[in-house]
Write a protein of this length. Sequence first.
Length: 216
Amino acid sequence: MQQEDLLATTLAKICLSGEGSGVLKFRSQQHTFTFETLMNRQQMQWGVAIQVPFHGEELIRLDLRQMVKLGRPMVSGGGYRQLKKAFIQQGQRQQLSLIRQQLQNWAQLLYLTQLGQEKNINSKLQCNPRSTGQGQVEQSCWIKGKPARKFVWQLEQSRKFTMFWGSRGAAHQGAVTGEREQFGHYRQIGLKMKSDEQQKSDANVWELTLAFDSCS
């Protein structure tokens, strides 16, 4: 199997529509919630509804049609507006910028998943092999003719999948991981973002973990 085909097969295991529980870690704070995600493939929109205890439901929506023209999604929803307001009021515009960047990373992964399901990923993607260790595949890739950023994807012998944006060890590195594969999809998805001042430690600016109880 070609590595591009292996990437498409791996991306197909990312659960786009499902429900479960999640944890958001930001600096020293930690928040738990339940969630429901939905992917509208025809309109190329992905949304997540988050239920926070004693707070209610918040929605974040990504419109992937903008990925085709601009290489980045349109982000909307009450949850995103509340997030922007909170960071701006606290004078943390840089942290807000990092979260926007990671949402763009996630949208790029969703867009690639769509290409893979359309059996169109090989004609759209340019990849260079990096290294293949024992039981591990790794490639550096980018979407042809698009302003989307270059990424590195990695598949370990344990079947854990990781996609990186930004050079490892460089400032503002983002990553998405998929693990605990069961019934044809990853039961756990992680989104992490690390800023330049934290490169000397394992700490992340923020870390979001989604544990799926069901996937449809």
